[in-house]
Write a protein that binds this ligand. Structure first.
Ligand code: GTP
Ligand code: MG
Length: 423
């Protein structure tokens, strides 16, 4: 199976549907009044943690994911249908970053954890909404809000509790098989494991997830071999198990020197990795001459205790299991980190201050989020709507501010390419 742990996607939530202008025309209701319904809300884009997924492969070719727009309102006070939400399932440990700012938007760590990453636009009101004692037949209506959009980078960093590291052929996958329910490929050649594989060590109190990653070699931190690109998957482990083969045939130099090589590569990747708690496992104790190699290793590595095992013969695995469980039980369960929304379209909360520039002798160009928002929202197609937008201009005191800066009556104002006149 292919393994993908990073991808870029453009996300766009649905736009809200527009409200409509409609009139009640029925027998016995000579002045039926406004009857136009509101637009439906645009679909949200929601991400959801799924413990059955292990890769981002299903998203690799999805360059763009868009939710449906809300339907426009209808006559007889009928609201438009809501645009359907889109749920994107991701493996646990997937982080979403904003591509432009690099900011972490959300970290999905729990099964079924949901997060609305792009909110669908609210539907616009139809004319029935605007009926009042002073305006019994309004031709007021609104467009829906735009759905939020975002360019995101997804990075999968597995949430295993324990990471298995070591040279190729050390017996990492054999150990994973012996300790957990996983069935990784095992073979007597280097780089048998090509992608991270997770296994679960069942235990009364909690499940312990163990990650097996491709073997590391000298120069891994300069991208030699395979393991380095996968080290991100053990970044969040609390415990690392460094597996060393006691079979001399697996080493081109002294076993202790190979041990140092791996420790060095870890340090070069990220200093935090080397500070993690480690168990050193000397594997293949069943091989002839392994006793002697173990003695030498113990002599050299005095500071840390070494657990000697045979993954194949299952020697001493209970001791190892108990030690793993003892360490992991001290750890707290991971909680979702604080997540933030990308609020690209905070409705109506825009600052009323605006920027302006005199673009020719009698022409002023205005930039304002508040006015742009309302210009999108209020189609200038009915008298009432034009009047309503004028009120928005007055809210910003546009005429007065421009006049204070030299504008005169009948000068042109341009907002988003649309022309207005100074009063
Ligand atoms: N004699 C003996 N051989 C073992 C033991 N554990 C693993 N092996 C053998 O060592 C070889 C490599 O084992 P793997 O488990 O594939 O090693 P790995 O560390 O996952 O290797 P890569 O995936 O290439 O990094 C296989 O032929 C295993 O059968 C053991 O305890 N004793
Ligand atoms: Mg392997």
């Amino acid at each position: 199976m292919q393994f993908v742990d990073q991808c870029n996607i453009y996300l766009k939530a649905g736009n809200g549907g527009s409200g409509v202008v409609a009139w009640r025309r029925e027998a016995h209701y000579p002045e039926g009044g406004p009857w136009g319904g509101d637009g439906g809300k645009g679909g949200d884009i929601i991400i959801c943690g799924d413990q059955n997924l292990n890769t981002l492969l299903h998203l690799r070719y999805r360059k763009k994911i868009c939710a449906n727009n809300g339907q426009n309102g209808q006559t007889k006070l009928c609201s438009g249908k809501k645009g359907e939400d889109i749920i994107i399932k991701v493996p646990l440990g997937t982080q979403f970053f904003d591509r432009d700012s690099g900011k972490l938007l959300v970290d999905i760590v729990n099964n079924h954890q949901k997060f609305v990453i792009c909110k669908g636009g609210k539907g616009g009101y139809g004319n029935a909404h605007f009926k009042s004692s002073t305006n019994k037949a309004p031709t007021l209506y609104e467009n829906g809000d735009l759905g939020e959009e975002a360019n995101v980078v997804l990075k999968l960093k597995h949430l295993a509790d324990v990471g298995l590291i070591g040279l190729p052929n050390a017996g990492k996958s054999s150990l994973l098989t012996a300790l957990t329910n996983a069935k990784p490929k095992i073979a007597n050649y280097e780089f048998t494991t090509l992608t991270p594989i997770l296994g679960v060590l069942e235990n009364k109190k909690r499940k312990i997830i163990i990650a097996d990653i491709p073997g590391l070699i000298k120069g891994a931190s300069e991208n030699k071999g395979l393991g380095f690109q996968f080290l991100q998957h053990i970044e969040r482990c609390q415990l690392l198990i460094h597996v060393i083969s006691l079979n001399k045939a697996d080493h081109s130099k002294k076993i202790y020197d190979d041990f140092l090589t791996i420790q060095n590569e870890l340090k070069k990747y990220n200093k935090q990795l080397i500070d993690k708690q480690q168990i050193i496992v000397a594997n293949k104790i069943d091989v002839d001459g392994s006793d002697k190699e173990l003695e030498i290793l113990k002599e050299k590595i005095k500071k840390q205790s070494i657990i000697a095992v045979s993954a194949i013969r299952k020697d001493n695995l209970t001791t190892l299991k108990n030690k793993i469980i003892a360490i992991c039980q001290k750890q707290k369960k991971k909680k979702p980190t604080e997540s933030s929304t990308i609020t690209l379209q905070p409705t109506k909360k825009f600052d009323r201050k605006f920027a302006f520039k005199q673009t020719s002798p009698n022409e002023w160009t205005i930039t304002s989020k508040y006015l742009s928002y309302w210009l999108h929202k209020i189609p200038l197609t009915t008298k009432d709507n034009i009047y309503r937008f004028n009120q928005k201009l007055n809210n910003c005191n546009v005429d007065q501010i421009l006049k204070d800066n030299g504008a005169i009556s009948k000068d042109t104002i341009i907002i988003d390419g649309i022309q207005f006149e100074v009063d």
